[in-house]
Design a protein around this ligand. Structure first.
Ligand code: NAD
Length: 367
């Protein structure tokens, strides 16, 4: 009990149990000094209170770093997300109903849940983001909200690395929702996509890859390795490609102390969540490579969700993503430079300061 408590939270940990349905779930509301918490509902057989707390804390810092008037929370449901849809609906509706009075928490999608699940939650209690378009949702993967933010992190970071957009060579690990749209925005604005990869291999073409054609091929179910032009290499070969901007947009833990030396780039924009180990970021910093950390560079998705909650249009959400990610990247890199610290430490400090400032204005600090 209270094992997770520190200066920032968590404000509440709620266990929800209904043996009649086999329902076991946990909600952690970490800190709501900045406003009601937003965080995803994760469904998996092996979730835990510890995992839920760590994810809720990550959301406190991510929402604060993004400058949102929202705190951090997270919820988990024990179960196989591929169970029959009727059973899944019953569990999710019951879980949401049990939490109907927890107005400090707004549900969002996460691993094992999607926009349909959020529609059930919205129907049950009226509070959810990541909704289907028919219910006022902004389909953030389709429109490329996170890729749009990654692109703006790039615009803000390029001058710090003595680079220009025109002709900048971009390599993207993972040509999925985040990677494809990031590629599209960079190439539309004068950069070259010189390499990209998916779970089957790497495509390299120093002359520049045709992003629209490759997106159409992916939509038709083909791998980047089946593209007509360019060299085809192993999955891992994306790490060795010489470029100016390297964007991880696939899996966690892809660059670590043992392989960070292989990167040949000046700038890294972390599109994926925790793609680099802390040690790898430190090694790259010492080599003069600028690494914009995940919760600054990939905040486009969460900003889009917060805008959706306010009933904003996609265009308005994109304007806010551009403004916030640009200014947060610039502030993070300026602070890191002034103090000679890695950008992640500067960003964490910025996020914690914003939470603490909000806490100082409240009667009770964290809730
Ligand atoms: P996605 O499933 O649409 O795309 C992932 C891509 O990575 C796929 O093309 C897949 O083939 C490829 N891939 C898988 N394993 C790979 C490997 N070992 N090497 C190279 N490529 C590999 O997922 P996404 O929504 O684009 O998310 C990508 C990452 O970004 C995840 O870490 C996710 O948590 C993070 N993220 C996503 C969003 C969002 O808005 N979608 C927001 C913030 C962070």
């Amino acid at each position: 009990m209270f094992a997770f408590g520190d200066q920032l939270g968590p404000a509440k940990v709620i266990h929800v149990y209904e043996p009649g349905l086999g329902l076991k779930g946990i909600l952690v509301v970490d800190n709501v000094a900045r406003g009601p918490s937003i965080g995803g509902l994760r469904m998996a057989p092996d979730v835990s209170a510890q995992e839920c707390f760590r994810l809720a804390r990550a959301m406190t810092l991510k929402n604060s770093a993004a400058g949102l008037a929202h705190g951090g929370g997270k919820s988990v449901l024990f179960g196989d997300p591929r169970m029959p849809v009727g059973n899944k609906q019953k569990l999710i509706r019951a879980f949401a109903h049990a939490l109907r009075n927890e107005h400090d928490y707004i549900f969002g999608p996460d691993m094992g849940t999607d926009e349909t699940c959020m529609a059930w939650v919205k129907d049950e209690i009226g509070r959810a983001v990541g909704l289907p378009a028919d219910l006022g949702g902004i389909p953030l993967d389709e429109v490329g909200a996170t890729g749009w933010g990654v692109y703006h992190a790039g615009i803000a970071a390029l001058p710090h690395c003595g680079l220009r957009m025109e002709g900048a060579r971009v390599a993207i690990q993972g040509f999925g929702a985040v990677g494809q749209h990031a590629a599209r925005f960079f190439v539309q604005n004068g950069a070259l996509l010189v390499a990209t990869s998916d779970s089957r291999g790497t495509l390299v073409d120093p002359a520049g890859i045709d992003v629209a054609a490759l997106m159409a091929e992916k939509a038709a179910g083909r791998s980047v390795c089946e593209h007509a032009r360019g060299d085809k290499r192993a999955v891992d070969a994306i790490i060795d490609v010489e470029c100016d901007i390297w964007i991880p947009a696939a899996r966690p833990d892809v660059v670590r102390e043992d392989n960070a030396h292989r990167l040949k780039t000046r700038l890294v924009l972390e599109g994926a969540n925790i793609p680099f180990s802390v040690g790898a970021e430190r090694m790259l910093h010492e080599r003069g490579v600028c690494v914009v950390p995940d919760f600054i560079a990939n905040a486009g998705g969460v900003i889009c969700a917060a805008m959706e909650y306010r009933g904003a249009t996609q265009a308005a959400a994109f304007d806010v993503i551009a403004e916030r990610v640009t200014s947060n990247t610039a502030q993070t890199l300026a602070q890191a430079k002034a103090e000679g610290i890695v950008p992640r430490d500067a960003a964490l400090r910025l996020a914690a300061q914003r939470v603490q400032h909000a806490m100082s204005t409240r009667r009770f600090s964290i809730f």
